[in-house]
Design a protein. Structure first.
Length: 218
């Protein structure tokens, strides 16, 4: 049965979060295609994983027989996250832009699961893994916009996910999400609504496409 690893990292509840609304649409479409499948869900805002520390990092480069009790415990927690990623046939990530970058909780998860020899390395153990990223943002950072140079979500995640994992990355980008609450952006509300509708449509289409890809590869 197909397994989807679904990560949300928005600070906001589903009713107020653009990224959660879009990942929810993706997941619903995925589950329609794989009703008997498994979804591993992590809400990194409600239940954050620890930031990578010296114990867990050093344990990854040492023989397990030499681990101290503290290293062993930290590394065991890390391996549980790694195992979830290795189990996944596809990954869905909600990655809202905060201060021009990804939430620190998502960065913590990435640091934990990037483990040389298991999920990363020259052999690219996860090569071809389909990863869909919902990269919501309050404004627009698209090419040609005044803040194009401040786009550190797509650029960063594209580089990391392809270089470290060899993943096949698809981005869905609902933008201008602050238009309805920021009077200075009021004239952009129609564009924001159109962007949200487009993202929801893309989420359903991408979920179906990835589900078919996973099924055909099985």
């Amino acid at each position: 049965m197909a397994t989807l690893l679904h990560l949300d990292s928005s600070l906001l509840p589903a009713s107020a979060s653009a990224s959660r609304a879009v990942t929810e649409a993706f997941r619903a479409a995925w589950e329609e295609q794989h009703p008997q499948g498994t979804v591993i869900y992590r809400d990194l805002s409600a239940d954050p994983v620890p930031h990578l520390d010296g114990l867990a990092a050093s344990a990854g480069f040492a023989d397990p027989s030499t681990h101290s009790p503290e290293q062993a415990a930290a590394f065991a927690a890390r391996l549980r996250l790694v195992a979830e990623l290795e189990q996944a046939d596809a990954v869905l990530i909600g990655a809202p832009m905060y201060n021009f970058s990804i939430p620190s909780t998502l960065k913590a998860w990435l640091d934990q699961v990037i483990l040389m020899g298991r999920t990363a390395g020259p052999e690219l153990p996860l090569k071809g893994l389909p990863v869909t990223v919902v990269a919501s943002r309050g404004g627009s950072y698209a090419p040609g916009t005044p803040r194009e140079g401040f786009e550190y979500v797509q650029n960063y995640l594209e580089a990391l996910l392809t270089a470290m994992f060899g993943a096949e990355v698809t981005f869905i980008v609902p933008e201008l999400t602050l238009a309805a609450s920021n009077p200075a952006m009021a004239e952009l509300i129609p564009l924001a609504q159109a962007s949200r509708a487009k993202a929801l449509t893309e989420a359903v289409a991408t979920a179906k496409s990835v589900a078919e890809q996973v099924t055909s590869a099985a």
